[in-house]
Design a protein around this ligand. Structure first.
Ligand code: SAM
Length: 204
């Protein structure tokens, strides 16, 4: 079956209102990622959410007193239009990745359910380390599609979208190779038929 791009898929989801379901579904894992990352950050921090969808996490982080500014990046015009319609003062940029870097580096990069849509996600980790994060900055990623989460392995076929399937070991080694240290990983929400959201956190 021919594959469509992830950006086209999620644009159609935004148009159908399915972005709101993602927000509800992903929120518990993201709460966990935030709870593990915030204590590692300096008092005041700047942040970027990559693959921000309708921007719900950007708005959440912007409510934190010590968040100086959180920006959202997503390749889908419909998702970004939705984010801006909810929060006209917010910083949301429509950019297809890789191929764009922020003007200013930030202290915290967070990304939920985005990286495996890239053809070379491990290469992108190096780019995040080099061009997106300040010294000692924190990268936190959450992914539900990975080798050990066997119930996610049919998604590429069923959604008709290319996905890069890596094991936990490949992801954590990718963090190491990209220059991150103090790497931690968790399988948040694991249960009998679900290996959990693979959360990986590393420091530049
Ligand atoms: C599964 S959604 C997750 C959205 C949001 N993080 C959440 O948890 O609700 C993945 C998002 O990544 C975006 N995306 C996928 N591939 C992309 C690419 N190459 N460049 C930029 N954004 C991309 C999609 O448009 C979509 O909004």
């Amino acid at each position: 079956m021919g594959k469509i791009s992830a950006v086209d898929l999620f644009s159609s989801w935004a148009e159908m209102g399915k972005d709101e379901g993602m927000e509800t579904g992903h929120a518990p894992s993201v709460e966990f990622m935030i709870s593990k990352s915030i204590p590692k950050l300096n008092d005041d921090f700047s942040a970027i959410d990559i693959g921000c969808g309708n921007g719900w996490l950007v708005r959440k982080l912007n409510t934190f007193e010590n968040c100086l500014r959180c920006t959202g990046i997503d390749g889908s015009e419909s998702m970004i239009a939705k984010a801006k319609s909810i929060d006209s003062d917010g910083d949301y940029f429509c950019q297809k990745l890789p191929g764009w870097t922020p003007d200013e580096k930030v202290d915290f990069v967070i990304s939920m359910e985005f990286l495996y849509y890239l053809n070379e996600p491990l290469k992108f980790l190096s780019e995040l380390n080099k061009n997106w994060l300040n010294e000692n900055g924190i990268l936190a990623i959450g992914i539900d599609h990975y080798l050990e989460n066997t119930s996610s392995l049919s998604w590429s076929e069923s959604l008709g979208v290319s996905m890069t399937t890596l094991s936990i070991q490949e992801w954590t080694k990718g963090f190491e190779d990209a220059g991150f240290s103090n790497i931690e990983f968790y399988q948040y929400g694991a249960k009998e038929d679900w290996a959990g959201t693979l959360v990986i956190i590393g420091q530049k």
